[in-house]
Design a binder for this molecule. Sequence first.
Ligand SMILES: CC(C)(COP(=O)(O)OP(=O)(O)OC[C@H]1O[C@@H](n2cnc3c(N)ncnc32)[C@H](O)[C@@H]1OP(=O)(O)O)[C@@H](O)C(=O)NCCC(=O)NCCS
Length: 171
Amino acid sequence: MRFIGVSLLTERLLLRPVREGDEAALVSGLDDPEVARWLESVPSPYTLRDARAWIERCAREREAGFMQDFAITLAERGELVGGISITPSRVEPFAEIGYWIARAHWSNGYGGEALARVVRHASEECSPRFERLRARVDPANTPSRRMLERAGFVERGVSVDNGVERVRYER
Ligand SMILES: CC(C)(COP(=O)(O)OP(=O)(O)OC[C@H]1O[C@@H](n2cnc3c(N)ncnc32)[C@H](O)[C@@H]1OP(=O)(O)O)[C@@H](O)C(=O)NCCC(=O)NCCS
């Protein structure tokens, strides 16, 4: 399996599997309309019950070799500041990436740093590696689009999923 239990280190961050004990930090970051509005399928308001269900789901999917969700933590303090997930397609050698950073930590470069590390892992280090990575973004989400472009993703057009417009990026 490509991801089971993998942790990834960057200059300032430790990306590790989301786990029991992360509930309060998940609620603190995700129970924020300014974060949730950009994310598909994140309940709003976001409660402890949602966090518990998410942690359980992540553990199940990790064990099945499907989605890996990393908690983005500050390497020195251990504080959880966001999340980044990678979901392999079940039929193609592709994977979809999604992420968030808690509002108090925006614009410190953490999003870009975490994305670059996950991209490196997915396209160079893991075995078998992914031939292509994908992300879908609200056209108005300038920071996220900028992050993807900095990480080498290119725009592949716009699609409408369930009535919602998304710019498709690939790398
Ligand atoms: C998108 C998000 C993850 C960015 O996280 P971050 O840690 O603040 O990102 P970074 O600090 O690495 O900055 C990313 C880029 O966006 C730019 N940026 C940051 N805030 C910005 C803003 N308000 N407007 C325009 N650009 C902005 C940064 O300058 C940087 O570009 P640069 O590398 O050219 O300097 C964060 O804003 C977030 O969690 N948003 C809500 C959830 C979300 O949108 N998830 C993605 C769904 S596709």
